[in-house]
Design a protein around this ligand. Structure first.
Ligand code: HEM
Length: 508
């Protein structure tokens, strides 16, 4: 029998539709290995498009659906064709254990845009090699060494705040935007030895508009990732020409990352001599040579360089913003912070507010923990694949190959560990110790092999910035403030509205 082209296409299409329908039927059938778990919606388990609707179209609302469903159906629910969402805090250290027991479910990280950057790497052994190199760079010892560099940027931010308050007392300060500049400057200097100096520029620069655009579209591109990958393979000039205006700032920063990498690759010795400390490029090249004799590709270097700036700037900037917001809403908390800092650093002009001293302050520590608990940096699902032999969660066996996910937002709102979880209350941390349930369930940087590589840098940034700001200024909400407690899960917590504050400077 001879098919015309049209018939061929028609039969292939019918075959494909029949295949998709059979797959959907199988997923809702009693024969599926996850059939016994309660599911709030058949649509959710038929295809991933249900998640796309709640995250992509309804902008990061899936997490709130999960919270609602757990209340109704218990600690294990089936939320995708092959995914169970677990709300059993004791299971966290199993699913996110060291030594790669559970592998990453990488499609969840398509938005990273490059499979060469840590977060997108699928292979456990490649990821392990990468972390062997990156971990020392972000070790506490290295952070202590570069503390003065970090504080130089923090002092610059404080001078800008002081100047703005002095120029026009009645005008509000968009401090959240300044925090994004601070964190970009800190990370770029730390990682490349060359700060992007965004605090010197316009806080409304195209880069920041671009970051907001990226956040809003993160889930859309997770599903439509081929568009993003195609874009990234095109030459820079063409991408810049066709990219929507809001994205051009991001394209420009990615170009800066490319230039940094190219300069390094052209003459590594010269680039190293120029830098004041060991950069990520140096570590990645040398580390990989020594450990696995594999030189990283140009793309891998660019991917890592860009993703460090993207991963570290928004999360830390949003946490600093939430800290000032909570301090404005809780005046007595802000007063206690200031008192503690005055006692620790009585001479504002001459005392050295080193990170090592700031991190020992009990009330500041309690405050930072409570901010990270309430304003969860990465609130949503972090899917992992159950290894051979299966696992057990909430007393129930889960078969191997299933995807399991947990959400830090639900961990941090567990009423057994945090009575009245909605209440912002730093005092709850004053009497805890490392084995307390409060400490055990606090996982802002997640746990295990794929946990945050930048946690020490984030802490240094949080401690030194908040110590200097609360020592030097009193903050209150300005009438133009738009920030609220509402947020969307755009992989990072994306709060709605800009924080606008009034500032008074202490003169002692
Ligand atoms: C308050 C600030 C921060 C929070 C709350 C935070 C939170 C997290 C979390 C929860 C993860 C794990 C994600 C997962 O399992 O998929 C993660 C991963 C990561 N973070 Fe952070 N982070 C912060 C700051 C930073 C900074 C400053 C940097 C940059 C130096 C950074 C770079 C990364 C990278 C590269 C990964 C991927 C690690 C890997 O897969 O090996 N983060 N972060």
């Amino acid at each position: 029998m001879v098919f015309t082209n049209f018939q061929g296409v028609l039969y292939a299409s019918i075959g494909y539709v029949a295949f998709v329908l059979c797959r959907w039927l199988y997923r809702i059938s009693p024969f599926h290995p996850l059939a016994k778990y309660p599911t709030p919606s058949r649509l959710a388990i038929v295809s991933q498009w249900y998640e796309f609707y709640w995250n992509g179209i309804q902008d990061g609302q899936f997490i709130f659906k999960l919270e609602e469903w757990h209340k109704k159906y218990g600690p294990i629910i089936r939320v995708g064709p092959n995914e169970l969402h677990i709300n059993d805090p004791e299971f966290y250290s199993i699913a996110y254990a060291p030594n790669y027991k559970f592998s990453n479910y990488t499609p969840h990280y398509n938005f990273v845009g490059t499979p060469d950057a840590s977060m997108g790497i699928e292979s456990n052994s490649v990821h392990k090699n990468r972390r062997i190199v990156l971990n020392p760079l972000f070790s506490k010892a290295n952070i202590y060494k570069l503390d003065k560099n970090i504080r130089r940027h923090v002092s610059k931010l404080a001078s800008i705040v002081s100047q703005k308050a002095w120029e026009d007392k009645d005008k509000g300060i968009y401090i959240g935007k300044l925090f994004r500049c601070l964190t970009v400057d800190v990370i770029s200097e730390y990682a490349y030895s060359e700060s992007l100096q965004t605090l010197d520029g316009d806080p409304d620069s195209p880069f920041f508009r671009g970051m907001r655009y990226l956040l809003r579209t993160v889930w859309v591109f997770n599903f439509l990732w081929p568009i993003q990958s195609t874009f990234q393979s095109l030459p820079y000039k063409l991408v810049r020409l066709i990219a929507p205006e809001d994205v051009r700032g991001i394209v420009d920063v990615q170009k800066l990352c490319m230039d940094q990498v190219d300069e390094f690759l052209k003459d590594p010795t010269k680039a190293c001599a120029k830098s004041t400390h060991i950069t990520i490029f140096q570590s990645l090249m040398e580390g990989n040579d020594a450990k696995s004799f594999v030189r990283l590709s140009r793309n891998a270097l660019i991917g890592e360089a860009w993703s460090l700036v993207a991963a570290g700037s928004e999360s830390t900037g949003a946490t600093l913003t939430a800290a000032i917001y909570e301090a404005c809403l809780n005046v007595s908390v802000q007063e206690k912070l200031h008192q503690e800092l005055v006692e620790a650093f009585p001479d504002l002009q001459n005392d050295d507010m080193a990170y090592t001293k700031c991190e020992k302050l009990p009330y500041l520590t309690a405050f930072i923990k409570e901010v990270m608990r309430v304003a969860v940096g990465v609130p949503g699902r972090l899917p992992r694949i159950v290894p051979k032999g299966g696992t057990t969660a909430a007393g129930t066996f889960i078969p191997e190959g299933a995807t399991v996910s947990m959400s830090i937002y639900l961990m941090h709102n567990n009423p057994d560990a945090y009575p009245d979880p909605q209440k912002f209350d730093p005092e709850r941390w004053l009497s805890t110790n490392s084995s307390s349930i409060e400490e055990k369930y606090l996982v802002p940087f997640s746990k295990g092999s794929r946990s945050c590589v930048g946690r020490n840098l984030a802490y240094a940034n949080l401690y030194t910035t908040l110590a200097l700001l609360f020592r030097r200024f009193r903050f209150s909400l300005h009438e133009d403030n738009q920030l609220t407690h509402n947020w969307a899960d755009n992989f990072v917590r994306n709060a709605s509205g800009q924080l606008v504050v009034s500032v008074e400077e202490y003169r002692d």
